[in-house]
Structures are given as structure tokens and as C-alpha cells.
Design a protein around this ligand. Structure first.
Ligand code: BG6
Length: 482
């Protein structure tokens, strides 16, 4: 594959929370790769901002260590890393006080794209935005990047939107859902809208059902304090799975541009049916031979937060009425495997007789790992013995198809460059996030009302047994997680 690197304009990116986990693990390594590939101009600057006082030299040393840890040996070579570190500066800034802000303001370069990355708790979005305005740092060239969780329900999301809107226009606000930056997730749009093949079949008449699975092997680890207040529904479904669902279900936008795409996604969210209690299953991982239970990890033996959720979702519009979407996600499952499987209906009549073996055509888009696509089709088994039918996979691994050494960029690489380019297509608009919460809130409120406990499941399994029933009762089954 020939990667096309289009350099972005010179910019200053201020990362608030620059010493935090996300900056070290994702943001800085992603920037280093883009720099090494020649996409970031030599004149670009990255300004780390955090509360602790430290020199730029000390901060650079900590970034160097983060790059060693998270880029490993396969990343850019030592010379490129050293050149990247030259682009980095540090300023101690108090998010809730006034110290450091005048120094930050003094660093600004008029006329240059300025991005402010809020890699901090949402409770600091307001104080940061207010100080950026007060110290004269907000200009028409400014952009602000905010991480999930964007609120914890509709009310808090609305409040955050209102706070940001006091300081920035919607066109300056970049709400990150890193799933939208994954190459294979963008590929969903290419598969659907750059091929004539699937679109005529992409509706309830021809699609029996859709399964969206995001399975992880990891537990909540050191994130227990955050996760226990959130759970799989808020942490994964309201954002990542919802975005995948939208990309599969939306109408073709008239152009690949930010508002055209986001208008179509919003229509899908607004058309989602409310989920009845019988259509959702919650799970929580139990202890295994080598791993602690969810409750032990979050240090609350009474916790009723779900680490797994499975749902059956209906969409009330002309295209999808009658085709269920089954969604599931969980931690400590059998494998790390994310995929979307579109299962088509059976042909109306078999010319090969009633007894001919039959397997439905299924299009599987593997998001991670081993990104690729498989289409299951029926063929005649070769050789004598009559017309014996068999299902085979037309299988494509993107890595093989596009040249073995292709580095699939991390989602953050693409998304941060989009911020600098001013392209919001892969970011969530305020109304979209609110609509997603408006659909999610009643499901969570239902659990709180009934005080139902999540079903325990074994680590390394594919989730609680009741999730099997959720789909079996419709005469269907989950695809194996492997
Ligand atoms: C994050 C969630 O948004 O996505 C995590 O907060 C989850 O709980 C992660 O583990 C999964 O991302 P990825 O890119 O590893 O699939």
C-alpha cells in the first residue's frame, strides 16, 4: 500500500493532562508517529500542560520514556524520536486557579492553528474553557478536543455542551470517540458506499439480523474507580457500539462531509426503539483460577455494575423495521475480538430441494485484531457425488491484501490530524451525543429501579448464559468469540 501523507499546517497543540495516562499511552505516541511520517511540520509545537511544576527538559524525558514503553522497538527510530521531542514544551498550569495561564498565553503564535486537548476529567472542561477565554487564548483558529466520557447521562451531557458552547462554536468542538478513528471502522463506510454490491441488499428485506461484538480479555484493572460508576453500558455501548450501529444502519450521506454524515447517524439514533427489560442482559465477571472477580477488582463486594451487556435493538424506519441488531460487549471474555456480522436471509426457494444443506450468507467485518472482511457464500463441493452444497469463506485480511508490512495507524493518529485539518467528520456532534444518552438513560434507569443484579460469568467465557437465551429465543445464535 502506498500511504499518502499530506502534511498539515503548522500548529500548536496544548495537551491539558499531559502527564496523565491517555497522553502517555495514546496521544504522544500517535503524534510521534505522525511526525516521523512527515505529516507534522517541523514548526509544529506540542505544549504539555499539567499542574506539577517541572522543566521542559524533565517533561521531555518522561515523554521519551512513554514513547519507549508504548511505541516499542517497531516505532520511529531514535533520531526521529529525538527530533520529535524537540517539538515538545511544558508549562505548569492550574486548571482551577490562575497560575501559569499568562505564560501559556505568552507562547501563542497568532494566525496559527491552535488545538486544546482536554485530556482531563470532564469536571475540568468548564474551568479550562473559561480560563482559555479569559486569558485571550480563544481565537477563530482554536479547536478544543474532549474525551469521553462525555457526561454520564443526558442531563450532564447537556450541561457539558452548554458549558463548551459558551466559549466555542460547535465547529470548534471535537468530541472524540476513538472507535471512529479506527481504520476498519472507517472501512465500514468504504464497504457500504464505495461498492454497489451491498447497498441493494442492505435492508430488512434481505438482512435477517446484525451482530455487533466488542469483546475484551482485560478486566477493569486500575480503572476500577472510574469503571464502577460507569459500567459497560456507559463505557462502551452509549458511544463505541452506538457509533458502529450508526455506520451500519445509516442512509448514504450525500457527501462524505461532517454534517452530512452526522445528520444521517443522528437519524438512526432517533429511530432506535426503546429497549424492554427482556431485551437486555447484564453480566459481571466472577473470579477465575488466576484472576480476581470484578467486585474484588473494584474493591466493592456489593457492586452491581455490569462488566458485560448484551442487547437486542430494533430500528423503526423503513430500511430496518423487522431486522434486529444484537449488540454485546464485555470484559474478561474468551478473546479480544471485535466484529460486525451481517447475516442475510435465506433465498426464497431452494432449487436443490428441501434437504439441501443451507447456511445463510454472512458478511463479517473484523474490526480488531486481524482486520479484514469475510463473506460466507454457498458453493458446490468439487468432485463427483451430485450437487453437494457447502459454505465457504471469501476471506480477506486487510494486512495481506494491502501488503504485509502495512502499519495500521492507531485511531488517535488519524483523529488528531483531523483536528488540525479542521475535519469533524469522525467526531461526534453535540446533538448526537445527547440523542445517544436519551436512548441509553431509560435502560440504566430501569436497572436502578428494579435493583436487578448482573448475572455472573466465568472469566474466559463468552458471557452469561442468559445472553445466549436472549438470541436463542429468536431462533438465532451468537457467533463464537475467538
Ligand atoms: C475505552 C473504554 O473507551 O475503550 C475501555 O473506556 C475499553 O474500557 C476501550 O477497554 C477499548 O478500546 P480498544 O481500542 O482497545 O478496543
Amino acid at each position: 500500500m502506498v500511504a499518502r501523507v499530506i502534511p498539515v499546517d503548522p500548529f500548536d497543540l496544548v495537551i491539558f493532562g499531559a502527564t496523565g495516562d491517555l497522553a502517555r499511552r495514546k496521544i504522544l505516541p500517535a503524534l510521534c508517529r505522525r511526525f516521523a511520517e512527515g505529516q507534522m511540520p517541523e514548526t509544529a509545537r506540542i505544549i504539555g500542560a499539567a499542574r506539577s511544576a517541572m522543566s521542559t527538559e524533565t517533561f521531555r524525558q518522561s515523554v521519551r520514556e512513554a514513547l519507549d514503553e508504548f511505541l516499542g522497538a517497531s516505532g520511529p527510530d531514535a533520531a526521529r524520536r529525538a527530533a520529535f521531542l524537540e517539538r515538545i514544551h511544558y508549562i505548569a498550569v492550574d486548571a482551577t486557579g490562575d497560575s501559569g495561564w499568562a505564560d501559556l498565553a505568552a507562547l501563542q503564535r497568532p494566525g496559527i492553528v491552535q488545538a486544546f486537548y482536554f485530556s482531563v476529567s470532564p469536571s475540568l472542561f468548564g474551568p479550562l474553557a473559561e480560563r482559555l477565554t479569559r486569558f485571550g487564548l480563544v481565537t477563530p483558529q482554536s479547536r478544543v478536543v474532549v474525551e469521553k466520557p462525555f457526561g454520564e447521562n443526558l442531563e450532564t451531557a447537556r450541561a457539558l455542551n452548554r458549558t463548551l458552547a459558551r466559549h466555542f462554536a460547535e465547529t470548534q468542538i471535537y468530541r472524540i470517540d476513538h472507535y471512529l478513528g479506527k481504520e476498519t471502522v472507517q472501512n465500514l463506510m468504504a464497504v457500504r458506499f464505495a461498492n454497489i454490491l451491498f447497498e441493494p441488499l442492505w435492508n430488512a428485506r434481505f438482512v435477517d439480523h446484525v451482530q455487533i461484538t466488542v469483546a475484551e480479555t482485560v478486566g477493569v484493572g486500575g480503572r476500577g474507580a472510574y469503571y464502577d460508576k460507569s459500567g459497560a453500558m456507559r463505557d462502551m455501548v452509549q458511544n463505541h457500539l452506538m457509533q458502529l450501529l450508526c455506520l451500519i444502519a445509516m442512509e448514504p450521506p450525500h457527501r462524505f462531509d461532517p454534517d452530512a454524515v452526522r445528520d444521517e447517524k443522528l437519524k438512526v439514533i432517533n429511530a432506535l426503539d426503546p429497549v424492554r427489560p427482556s431485551q437486555v442482559v447484564r453480566g459481571q465477571y466472577a473470579a477465575g483460577p488466576d484472576s480476581a472477580s470484578y467486585q474484588a477488582e473494584v474493591e466493592d463486594l456489593q457492586s452491581t455494575t455490569e462488566s458485560y451487556v448484551a442487547l437486542k435493538v430494533g430500528i423503526s424506519n423503513w430500511r430496518w423495521k423487522g431486522t434486529p441488531f444484537y449488540l454485546r460487549t464485555g470484559k474478561r471474555l474468551r478473546a479480544r475480538a471485535s466484529e460486525i456480522a451481517v447475516t442475510f436471509r435465506d433465498p426464497p426457494h431452494s432449487i436443490f430441494g428441501e434437504d439441501a444443506p443451507w447456511k445463510a450468507n454472512t458478511l463479517v467485518i473484523r474490526l480488531q485484531p486481524d482486520e479484514g472482511m469475510t463473506l460466507k457464500v454457498m458453493i458446490k463441493e468439487p468432485g463427483p457425488g451430485g450437487m453437494r452444497l457447502k459454505d465457504v469463506a471469501l476471506d480477506m485480511s486487510f494486512a495481506d491484501a494491502l501488503g504485509g508490512e502495512t502499519h495500521i495507524p492507531d485511531a488517535y493518529e488519524r483523529l488528531i490530524m483531523d483536528v488540525i485539518r479542521g475535519n469533524q467528520t469522525l467526531f461526534m456532534r453535540g446533538d448526537e451525543v445527547e440523542a445517544a444518552w436519551a436512548w441509553t438513560d431509560p435502560i440504566i434507569a430501569g436497572w436502578q429501579r428494579t435493583a436487578d443484579r448482573p448475572m455472573p460469568y466465568d472469566p474466559g467465557s463468552s458471557g452469561p448464559d442468559s445472553a445466549l437465551k436472549l438470541i436463542h429465543q429468536d431462533g438465532r445464535s451468537w457467533r463464537e468469540i475467538r
